[in-house]
Design a protein. Structure first.
Length: 321
């Protein structure tokens, strides 16, 4: 029998840049998704600092690790065949195939993200057998925070990147390093089954079994589109966003909704647009920046390159007319 687990840490000394803080309702929603899309009996536990969640079997978090570092406590428990899911996921299709994965003491299955043409472990979705206490026993939270190991998600003051650690941050970087150190067999789950909103196109999302909203945007920034048959960004959710977040979101508008793009660009301008020429020049500048910053960094983002080039070309044509 599979055991599904999640982590809900509500009391945090250090707050990350994410605006969304998970709540008890997210735990209930995850359990509901599992019931809908897994046809067999299963156990479900939430590791949490909340004393009791009615209707949910809980396991107390025993260390005051902040936010994602609490995931490390997952590996000290002997729960048999264990499936961990972040609370920012939606299960879209049947997941009975989880039973067919290889389960043994030396193997762990994980989701991944591809950045800089390298495959990095992502801790949003992990599957393993029994405890992995060496990951816990060797974990020194105070030392990691003190020295900014793994960059701590880039959220600590004066944080400096460690060479060759770019995008390998926080708990997932520690977990990957520890697993490799102890010669665990890391198997990556097919990203056509499990993937992340910000690394997929609309067509790819239609085929996924599990969709994660790791990082930004979150599920509450998106809406299910009957037209596209999947989740897309909801422009009505952008109130109060910083310019940095709005810039980062542009590269995810893969369906090229011109009204949506113009909406974001207008909100990012520090001065009113005086004429069409101003708007076109600004769009060229933004898309050239996106090409420079994003398209060379990720295999899954390179797919947007042609769209950006087409937008730049169309803007230049309008300027020349």
């Amino acid at each position: 029998m599979l055991t599904f687990v999640c982590v809900l840490k509500t009391k945090n000394k250090i707050i990350t840049q994410s605006r969304y803080k998970f709540k008890k309702k997210d735990v209930f929603l995850l359990k509901k998704y599992i019931k809908q899309h897994y046809t067999k009996d299963f156990n479900f536990y939430c590791l949490t600092d909340i004393e009791k969640i009615s209707g949910i079997d809980t396991i107390p978090l025993t260390n005051d690790y902040s936010e994602f570092w609490s995931k490390i406590e997952l590996f000290k428990h002997d729960l048999g065949k264990t499936v961990y899911l972040d609370l920012d996921c939606i299960i879209l299709k049947n997941i009975d195939w989880l039973d067919d994965l290889e389960f043994d003491e030396n193997t762990i299955h994980v989701s991944y993200q591809t950045l800089y043409n390298k495959k990095w472990l992502n801790s949003s979705f992990m599957i393993w057998m029994n405890s992995k206490k060496n990951l816990v026993n060797e974990f020194n939270y105070k030392e990691i925070i003190k020295n900014n190991y793994y960059v701590y998600g880039g959220t600590l003051p004066n944080s400096k990147e460690i060479p060759d650690k770019s995008y390998r941050i926080g708990d997932q970087a520690y977990i990957q390093d520890s697993l490799e150190k102890h010669n665990y067999n890391i198997k990556y789950i097919d990203n056509q089954l499990v993937n992340f909103y910000k690394f997929t196109t609309i067509e790819q999302r239609k085929e996924l079994n599990i969709l994660f909203f790791t990082g930004f945007p979150k599920l509450n920034h998106c809406v299910f589109s009957n037209e596209h048959k999947t989740f897309i960004l909801n422009k009505n959710k952008f109130k109060g966003w910083t310019k940095r977040k709005e810039l980062s979101i542009l590269f995810q508008v893969e369906y090229i909704d011109e009204n949506f793009i113009n909406h974001l660009i207008l909100r990012m301008l520090e001065h009113p647009i005086r004429n069409l020429k101003d708007l076109l020049n600004f769009k060229i500048k933004i898309y050239e920046l996106l090409l420079e910053d994003y398209c060379n960094n990720s295999d899954m983002l390179i797919m947007h390159k042609d769209n950006y080039l087409n937008i730049i070309e169309n803007c230049k044509k309008q300027l020349n007319n």
